[in-house]
Write a protein that binds this ligand. Structure first.
Ligand code: GLU
Length: 476
């Protein structure tokens, strides 16, 4: 039987990190088995489902490189089919009309609470004669669920999980206004879409029992199940925004590469020996549900950043420039940069990239370390650079400036020669001159090699930046 998985997000918010991992696991499982991954948008909550959220989910998946097979299925559009199935169950006696009023249901909940039981529908219309139905009340349709025995889910991650049927009440399939419930819709869609393997968060584990009962009432095969533990923060607490519970688009703007995020996500809750870095082909070849752990995975920004740094260093220079350009609409304005880059700046960035990418862990760090390439005069030094531009630092710049101005040739070798000769003559270490020069030229305390920076900036811009530091009163 060919494997069919599905990712079934509710479009009530962005594609968050947990959803992205669920999608990745479904995708890997399908690709590993040469099967298909389908995408179903569960948009039945009309109040909370938005077009913006649907777009964010589709964009986020595409950005992560997780493609789906066939057309996107929209659950709400299938409501007539869901209704038809509920009515079929009714006709077959596997479901029944329930006329309990809102007050009666509230009373049942109240009694259960008072007796310390979980709220549960008491089955009062299960065997009642329909002739007793109150006039003018539109009934719901409830599943005639088994009252004895057990319902068992053999879960690929959680193992065998069993519920006593007396603890599972007769759930509503169709509301009195004729709209299907979520529980019914998922079962009908999974069946109609030919889903063989469900992979989703373990917050859906109890739903699996209820859904199994509906599958069985319909005489349909229950898909294999895998409920994966949720993601927690690095401190073990439930994931919050601070921990990384952000939309995938936020990771893009934080400067993470999709390949790195995907690699990070695959290791969240799944392992393959102690291998940390996986190419796409390696992930697909190695992925299986047996190696998904049962405890909550911990999301750790520091680990993600380290991995991202690794991917940055392994990326081609031109690809990194293109990746930076792709996030410029979001992150450029705060830095006075517009997309697209000028040809001149793009060339400079590409040339500087081998030096820049050695240190950066994100595209943002890369962009910030390239500040000297696009900064407008006078530069805005960061705090550390400002500290180097003290009176003493500025005096060092003023002292070396005439030697630089006098150079006939402005190559890295020539400026280096001049600065070294000056430091020697002045009886100080090269660093004592080079550090303030770097601060004045780049506004930062780290940069690619100083004399390369001078060569890339050129004589006019370099001397002007140095002049800015010697002409003004000392930096505060
Ligand atoms: N729509 C559900 C969610 O976003 C997932 C349902 C499922 O995977 O069965 O949590």
């Amino acid at each position: 039987m060919s494997v069919v998985t599905r990712f079934a997000p509710s479009p009530t918010g962005y594609l968050h990190i947990g959803g992205a991992r669920t999608a990745l696991f479904n995708w890997l499982y399908a690709r590993h088995h040469g099967g298909r991954m389908l995408l179903r948008i569960e948009d039945t909550d009309r109040e909370r489902s938005t077009k913006g959220a649907i777009d964010a989910i589709l964009d986020g998946l595409s950005w992560l490189g997780l493609d789906w097979d066939g057309d996107v299925v929209f659950q709400f559009a299938r409501a007539a089919r869901h209704r038809e199935v509920a009515e079929g169950l009714l006709a077959a006696g596997r479901a029944y009309h329930c006329y309990a009023s809102a007050e009666e249901l509230a009373q049942m909940r109240e009694t259960a609470r008072a007796e310390g039981r979980a709220p549960r529908y008491d089955g009062r219309w299960r065997d009642r004669d329909p002739s007793e139905a109150p006039a003018n009340v539109k009934p719901v349709i409830r599943l005639r669920a088994p009252t004895e025995g057990e319902t068992t889910v053999d879960d690929a991650v959680q193992g065998r999980v069993t519920w006593a049927n007396r603890d599972l009440d007769d759930l509503v399939l169709l509301r009195s206004d004729g709209t299907p419930t979520y529980m019914l819709a998922v079962v009908v869609d999974d069946h109609d879409m030919g889903v063989t393997q469900v992979i989703r968060g373990d917050d859906h584990l109890t739903n699996a029992a209820r859904q199994s009962q509906i599958f069985q009432a319909l005489g349909w095969d229950v898909p294999a199940m895998a409920h994966i533990p949720l993601i927690h923060g690095a401190d073990g607490a439930k994931l919050s925004k601070r921990h990384g519970a952000l939309g995938v688009d936020a990771y893009r703007d934080l400067g993470y590469l999709p390949s790195a995020l995907r690699n990070y996500l695959v290791r969240l809750g799944w392992s393959h020996g102690d291998q940390e870095v996986f190419s796409t082909a390696e992930m697909i070849a190695a992925f299986d549900l047996k190696a998904v752990g049962r405890s909550a995975a911990r999301f750790d920004f520091a680990k993600l950043s380290n991995l991202n740094g690794l991917y940055i260093r392994a990326s081609a220079d031109a690809d990194l420039v293109a990746a930076i350009e792709a996030i410029l609409p979001g992150v450029g304005p705060a830095r006075g940069l517009d997309a697209p880059l000028s040809d001149d700046l793009r060339d400079k960035l590409t040339l500087a990239m081998p030096g820049l990418k050695e240190r950066a862990k994100t595209l943002i760090e890369l962009l910030d370390s390239a500040y000297y390439l696009y900064a407008a005069r006078p530069l805005q030094p960061d705090d550390k650079a400002r500290a180097l531009l003290s009176q003493e630092g500025r005096a060092r710049i003023a002292a070396v400036l005439p030697a630089l101005e006098a150079l006939p040739d402005w190559s890295a070798a020539a400026t280096e020669g001049a600065v070294r000769a000056h430091a020697e003559a002045a009886g100080c270490k090269l660093g004592q001159v080079a550090q303030p020069l770097r601060a004045a030229l780049t506004g930062r305390t780290t940069s690619p090699p100083l004399f390369d920076v001078m060569a890339v900036l050129g004589r006019t811009e370099s001397l002007a930046r140095l002049g800015d530091q010697t002409a003004d009163p000392p930096a505060a």
